[in-house]
Design a binder for this molecule. Structure first.
Ligand code: F0G
Length: 505
């Protein structure tokens, strides 16, 4: 029997790091053609169903015009999210087989701690079953009624959990970050003048921590620069504030730093990742994204911080050596973390997104530029200028695109926002249809199909109408809410599809 020890984990680590040094993602075509090339092969496949437009129309109706409520039986390409659905590697699956099932003191957890130390440079790890569970622990430990958490931009669950603990958020990206079409390479940067104003307005005592989110999700997967993170760190040091980094999409942010920030063009993604984490007091993550396995965690080098939070882990998550995560997934997380430093792994999704966005721009279809991480984002406000925000253009576009293609995207606009204290709908800053590109899941011909159907829908955009709520949950309404169309526009759209595509699916 093979003895599985930390020593073995170190051998594995040096194997992964060695692989990283040998590989690069730069491949030039002789013909000059500019397409991304897959640096992996597919060895396990899943059958997909592309159901006829009539079934797609019925399915979105049954789902209350909410793509979260669709069954994958009706979905052709599932571009809802990259969370928990990235392709896992052969090494991740292999690692799952040697998991050490123990409630306490599992060697699997020791291997994960080792990976966190190597990849994030943090000594102490608290496990949590996913990213929002880590946010729950952080909010519970630090946010008091009346507190304010400055951040570059919110994520839905972060916002909801800070609210739940009586705090509020302040979003401090530069105004330009909300200009959807732009050539600013770092729209996720925090505006330092706004941060200083925020601190002087609320006072240090009201600010439990400052939060920076890597590859800022809700503004289109847009990165921050290390230069900016250093400036945020300097302000935090000046005022004695903790800096918390949401590292769920840190691999992509590292890739953008390497390709867009001159100082780091010769650094490895592993070095960049560590540089970013070093600047934060606390790093937390959704492992579902960062390491392509289902879990999460909080890590730091500060034992006092651990003491402030660790009692909450057995209460909300599970014992300190599994935190509600299956030990098999813990093994896959450890391997996935090392693989996140591999440029050929981390570049795949951004390079496909970039290809897709290049085609959108060529076809004149409004979208978020520059291309970001995690997914491509269509500017639903400009796509559907005839639909007022009160009728949810991003939600309507998600439903219409499903009817047109069988591709499931996600609304990231007003439906994903929360009502104000008086119960009024608050129009979102941006109305986006997000098409996620989970790592190493789709082929280029599938992406070309998405481009083709998006072009058809754009040419037929006048047929699309609005939506209204019929059932609206009080929190995170986008998950479970049910809506209906404001007219019979979905039937007309499906009829036009049939007319244009004949017998085709
Ligand atoms: N932070 C960020 C930046 C995220 O993108 C997510 C999840 C979370 C925290 C919460 O992590 O899902 O593991 O609880 N994003 C997913 C998405 C849900 O589809 O963008 P989780």
């Amino acid at each position: 029997m093979i003895e599985l020890t930390i020593q073995n984990a170190r051998v594995l680590l040096s194997f992964y790091l060695h692989m990283n040094q040998q590989t690069s993602n730069v491949v030039q075509f002789y013909t000059g053609e500019q397409i991304p090339l897959e640096l992996h092969k597919v060895r396990v496949v899943q059958k997909l169903y592309l159901v006829p437009v009539e079934r797609r129309l019925a399915a979105i109706g049954e789902a209350g015009y909410n793509t979260f409520q669709l069954s994958t039986r009706d979905v052709y390409l599932d571009m809802l999210t990259d969370s928990g659905v990235n392709a896992m590697s052969d090494n991740q699956i292999a690692a799952m087989l040697r998991a050490d099932d123990a409630y306490a003191g599992s060697q699997s957890f020791a291997r994960l701690e080792e990976a966190v130390k190597e990849v994030f440079g943090k000594k102490y790890l608290l496990p949590a079953h996913q990213g929002r569970a880590a946010e729950n622990i952080l909010a519970h430990a630090y946010v008091k009624p009346g507190d304010v958490v400055p951040m570059n931009y919110h994520f839905t669950t972060t916002h909801a959990l800070i609210d739940l603990n009586g705090g509020k958020i302040e979003e401090l990206v530069a105004d330009e970050a909300l200009q959807l079409a732009s050539d600013n390479p770092f729209k996720g940067n925090m505006d330092i003048a706004k941060l200083r104003d925020c601190i002087s307005l609320y006072g240090v005592d009201k600010i439990p921590f400052v939060r920076m989110e890597a590859s800022t999700n809700l503004i289109g997967g847009q990165p921050f620069s290390i230069a900016n993170l250093r400036e945020v760190r300097a302000v935090c040091d000046e005022f004695g504030l903790r800096l918390v980094l949401d590292a769920s999409l840190i691999g992509e942010n590292a890739y953008f730093v390497k390709t867009r920030e001159a100082e780091f063009k010769n650094s490895s993604c592993a070095e960049i990742l560590k540089t970013m984490c070093e600047l934060a007091d606390i790093v937390y993550f959704s492992a579902r994204k960062v390491s392509s396995a289902r879990g999460g965690g909080i890590c730091t080098n500060n034992l006092d911080i651990i003491k402030e939070m660790q009692h909450l882990i057995p209460l909300f998550e599970g014992f300190l050596t599994y935190g509600g995560i299956s030990v098999r997934e813990i093994e896959a997380m450890a391997v996935g973390l090392y693989e996140t430093t591999d440029e050929t792994v981390i570049s795949q999704s951004p390079s496909f997104i970039e290809y897709f966005i290049r085609e959108m721009v060529r076809l004149g279809i409004p979208c978020v530029t520059p291309a970001g991480g995690l997914g491509a984002h269509i500017d639903a406000g400009s796509f559907l200028p005839h639909i007022p925000q009160s009728q949810y253009p991003a939600g309507a576009l998600a439903a219409a695109f499903f009817i047109a293609s069988g591709v499931r995207g996600m609304e990231r606009g007003t439906i994903s926002s929360v009502r104000d204290e008086q119960g009024n709908d608050v129009p979102a800053n941006v109305e986006l249809l997000r098409l996620a590109f989970p790592r190493r899941v789709f082929t280029l011909s599938q992406i070309r199909y998405v481009i083709d159907r998006m072009k058809w829908l754009y040419d037929n955009r006048d047929l699309i109408g609005g939506l209204e709520f019929v059932e609206e949950p009080p929190v995170l309404r986008f998950f479970m809410g049910r809506l209906k169309p404001t007219s019979d526009w979905p039937d007309k759209l499906a009829a036009k599809f049939r007319q244009d595509f004949g017998q085709s699916l």
